[in-house]
Ligand binder design. Structure first.
Ligand code: 6R9
Length: 648
């Protein structure tokens, strides 16, 4: 923790959209009169049919419902495109920066509009209707945004699956939401390496439950020879070219689904987080404008992949709804060299730069010179998201990347929240390195103790939200009970975030990380249950328990304890094989960093694995194991302590 305070920059205070006084007044209004506040704020988007109802919410588990602007109608893609044409038709909507630094292009709002209309017509011609689910498994190329917006244009529901996920992970997601169509590419390209996307789709579609898929549209990215299966597989390019560049936007209800995005939770397989249209768009466009203090001539770059929620809300929907110029980057921070981010900033004169702490820590390790050799003079604002940022990384980001001139917005939020909930506003909030600071308009955080009692003043505990905001998820796709059970049962009447937090005497929030069985690896959520189930599916594994452990770059690493079947031998070779197995089953981001052989796991007499103990061993905090006497076999602990893999 750091006690340093960075006061609001004088230039920002003078020119900002939201001053300190306005923040205080608007925040008060937003929580005392949410109906009035959000009814007015929702006017920022175009409604085909105006709403007369604003907020209709109950957080009671037996009557859970969340509805915003429920009788209004709109079209999300028209809000991101059509309404900008008159004034911003020639303005760049998307700056595409390819993996190869020689590969970049600008796409104007008019061009994007035409591309989306063509793609929307194509989807319609392929039989996709309002409410149908479409899986998008693409690299960070403009077609990903086009595909998302084309779905939105016809009222279809997209489910973007990160290109780093395995065929099995993709298959599980396709099966869960019964997608009718998959949009993919021949191959992806990241850091000079190829990713066999189409081959992964082929494999996924051999898995049970995926027969709902009628068509696979393939974008040509690398030109690699791939197998096309007729009549299922079709080339995107030839088909979109034949379509009309006009496509009337389908009016959808404010509460009609816009997208499903799978995210890891404490238990079981990833949940299909469902976001709807009117509230989501209002919230992401408004937060994007306020948090980044957006100006008409900004070049805004969020480095997230569209496979994550940050890519949905703050690469595509928020910026485009605001008529901003948004950069889409296909590559990675360290290729062709470790100055890549800053070279891209200089090349496109990026003014707002938004990335994850893990990237900052990885670049920090390489020293200042790779940053200093670039100008970065165009940057005026920096942002971070995805995991807690350690004050040291914050200071480095501020001093080296921002040359000490640029405010930093540390934005706390989740896939479930749709947009940023706890965040500074650059012209209104003094910042403290490591703190996400204060709640955004309409957001009412509270901190509870283990008994669920709300704490006052400076305190630490679990973070809950006591009222709704328009960008909140509405349900878990196909499993409303899971939605209620996961988020609304632990602390009745409130949404439980799964995060711990501290509030200081100034009312600033400091997120301390997940308090559930979710591991945050480089800002990506991995459920311990998913990794465990991948491990036990290996023929030689009897049992596995997975916990998070400290990791210098990734924030958290994955630490697995594995019990082998009788007669199997824990060799280095088998260890490598199991790590590779998990990689193949889920994807590279889920590869265990540490894998320890466990002759036995600490269990209660009822057979429940005591993860608390395993976490402490993985943290090398073996003096904090607590009471182990209630274990069925307390003797297993000593072996695990002796064999632990992290010792400093
Ligand atoms: C947007 C996104 C959500 C989890 C969340 C928390 C962590 C995100 C953070 C942060 C501290 C921040 N998290 N932003 N922790 N400070 N600024 O990342 O969504 O992938 O669903 O992850 O990430 O633990 O609960 P998602």
């Amino acid at each position: 923790m750091s006690n340093k305070i960075y006061p609001v920059d004088a230039d920002y205070a003078a020119t900002t959209r939201v001053t300190r006084a306005q923040y205080e007044a608007l925040y008060q209004e937003s929580v005392t009169d949410p109906e009035g506040f959000w009814a007015r704020t929702a006017q920022r988007i175009d409604w085909i049919k105006p709403f007369s109802q604003v907020k209709d919410v109950s957080f009671a588990a037996d009557d859970l419902h969340i509805r915003w602007f429920a009788d209004g109608e709109l079209n999300v893609s028209a809000n991101c495109l059509d309404r900008h044409l008159a004034t911003r038709g020639d303005k760049t909507a998307i700056v595409f920066e390819g993996d190869d630094p020689a590969d970049s292009r600008h796409i104007s709002y008019r061009q994007l509009y035409e591309d989306v209309c063509r793609a929307a017509n194509l989807l319609r011609n392929l039989g996709i209707r309002k409410g149908d689910r479409v899986a998008i498994y693409l690299p960070m190329i403009p077609e990903a945004a086009v595909a998302m917006l084309a779905c939105a244009r016809i009222g279809a529901v997209h489910s973007v699956v990160f290109g780093g996920f395995s065929p099995d992970s993709l298959a599980g997601r396709i099966a869960d939401s019964q997608c009718k169509l998959v949009i993919t590419a021949d191959e992806g390209l990241r850091g000079g390496k190829k990713v066999a996307l189409k081959a992964n789709v082929d494999e996924a579609l051999t898995r049970p439950g995926t027969t709902s898929v009628e068509t696979v549209l393939v974008v040509r990215r690398t030109g690699a020879p791939i197998a096309m299966q007729t009549p299922r597989d079709r080339w995107w390019a030839g088909l979109v070219e034949e379509q009309s560049a006009e496509c009337a936007p389908e009016p959808v209800n404010a509460e009609d689904p816009l997208f499903i995005l799978y995210t890891s939770g404490s238990t079981g397989m990833p949940k299909g987080v469902l976001h709807t249209s009117g509230g989501y768009l209002t919230y992401v466009s408004y937060t994007h404008e306020c948090v980044f203090d957006l100006r008409e001539d900004d070049v805004y770059w969020c480095t997230a992949d569209v496979g994550w929620v940050t890519g949905h809300s703050y690469v595509v929907y928020g910026p485009l709804a605001n008529g901003a110029t948004t950069v889409m980057f296909e590559g990675v921070p360290n290729w062709p060299d470790i100055s890549r981010f800053w070279r891209v900033v200089d090349k496109h004169k990026v003014t707002i730069f938004y990335t994850a702490p893990t990237a900052i820590r990885a670049l920090m390790r390489e020293g200042e010179e790779p940053v200093r050799r670039t100008s970065r003079a165009s940057i005026r604002l920096l942002g971070t998201v995805g995991e807690p940022i350690n004050p040291e990384a914050w200071e480095w980001y501020h001093r080296v990347v921002g040359d000490g001139r640029c405010p930093i917005v540390d934005t706390w939020w989740q896939t479930e929240t749709g947009g940023a909930l706890i965040t500074p506003l650059p012209g209104a909030t003094d910042t403290k390195p490591g703190s996400a600071t204060k709640p955004f308009f309409g957001v009412i955080p509270a901190i509870v103790d283990t008994n669920g009692v709300v704490q006052e003043g400076a305190c630490e505990g679990n973070l809950i939200l006591t009222d709704s905001w328009p960008g909140q998820m509405r349900t878990v796709y196909g499993d409303h009970k899971r939605f209620v059970d996961t988020y609304f049962r632990t602390y009745p009447g409130a949404y439980f975030t799964g995060d711990g937090a501290r509030r200081d005497a100034d009312g600033y929030y400091w997120i301390t990380g997940r308090v559930d069985d979710v591991i945050n690896v480089s800002g990506h959520r991995i459920g311990t249950a998913e990794v465990e189930s991948a491990l036990v599916s290996h023929p030689k594994v009897a049992e596995a328990a997975v916990v998070g452990c400290p990791h210098d770059i990734k924030g958290q690493g994955i630490y697995a304890y594995v019990t082998l079947k009788a007669g199997e031998n824990g060799s280095d070779e088998l260890r490598k094989e199991l790590v590779h197995w998990v990689r193949k089953e889920i994807g590279p981001i889920a590869s265990p960093d540490y894998l320890q052989w466990a002759p036995g796991l600490p269990k209660t007499r009822s057979g429940k694995i005591m993860r608390r103990i395993l976490r402490k061993i993985a943290e090398n905090a073996t003096d904090q194991l607590g009471d182990t006497s209630t274990l069925a076999d307390p003797g297993v602990v000593q072996n695990l302590v002796d064999q632990r893999l992290i010792r400093s």
